[in-house]
Design a protein around this ligand. Sequence first.
Ligand code: NAD
Ligand code: GLY
Length: 365
Amino acid sequence: MNQLHKIKINIPKKDSYDYEIIIGNNLLCSSGEIIKKYTKANKFLIITNKTVANLYKENLKIKNAEWLILDDGEEYKNFETLKKIFDFATEQKLQRSDCIIAFGGGVVGDIAGFAAATYMRGIDFIQIPTTLLAQVDSSVGGKVAINHENGKNLIGAFYQPKVVIADTNVLKTLDLRQLKTGLAEVLKYAFIEKSCGADLNYRFLDYLENNKENIFNLNPEVLTKVIEICCALKAAVVSKDETEKGLRAILNLGHTFAHAIENITQYKMFTHGEAVAAGMKMAFKLSLLKKLIDEEYYKKAIMLIDKYEISPVLPSFDNEKFYSEMSLDKKAQNGKIRFVLPDERQTVNIFEDVDFKQVVESIAF
Ligand code: NAD
Ligand code: GLY
């Protein structure tokens, strides 16, 4: 087995709950061995989609497992697919002591996780994320959900996995656009690093400035380090605020703007990461206008986002519409939009009192 990198995540509940994120190269073939340490289940339901199954079904060696292979796409993260999962689980007589494994990107992770949270009031759940976005973000922290026709991720739960296994080797088959969508979330972690925990000092911004080529060439050591840092930062945040009562909102830097971009363009023009990259630029512009950051840091941040070539050319938006879409964001409270804004190098904070004119100016960054 290759060298394993482990990040511990501690959720302080009544019965304190710890789990590990295991990162390494070529882990699929040893996943069966790894998971024994984290669950007593001896029967598994592996949920994946057609794309991932075609690429990696043979590589994932887990004994006593049934496979459910879903259609591929965000449009299947819905009630109909959830019912398919429950139908299959009951046909297979899956019991409370068994375990659901999500093997795929964020879509599979979210729906399989929500199925695990609700089937028989909750059964063991393991994440084996296969996209960069899922490895650095969606598989960690326990947010699981399906979409409703009135909104994305509207029906969900906080339900933590028993273990997360991130194999960097599977990233080689991601297309460049999917790799970049994950990289937008990676950049986000660099901008929020110091808000995640006072004891953390990865100097992640400098690391990303110096390692673009290595990342795009999928250098396994560099990818492992990047995923490790992102997961450590997310673990620090989630350990302090599992259910987003406060701090966890910082993980949404750029996302309030991104949601408006995605909604207005009906999720058809841009990937989530492209919208987040553009949203982060808007957030930095707004911070500059509010004099929260200086010109030097603003330029550094924009240059880094541009260096990774994720942020797309946007259409021109109707300002009122854009603003009203932002107020529908799940983070809005009492009709007030809550902006996560950089206010120091690698530090962010949450701001509510933001001038409409400045928001409009930042949209046209
Ligand atoms: P995705 O799951 O749709 O995967 C993107 C594409 O890559 C799909 O076509 C998939 O089949 C394919 N794919 C997956 N692994 C592959 C591999 N190794 N090689 C080649 N192709 C592969 O999208 P995503 O970006 O991973 O996740 C987006 C979803 O995650 C959204 O539904 C979003 O709401 C959710 N999300 C959840 C959280 C959370 O905290 N739970 C956080 C961020 C995003
Ligand atoms: N992706 C944001 C969160 O997990 O809270």
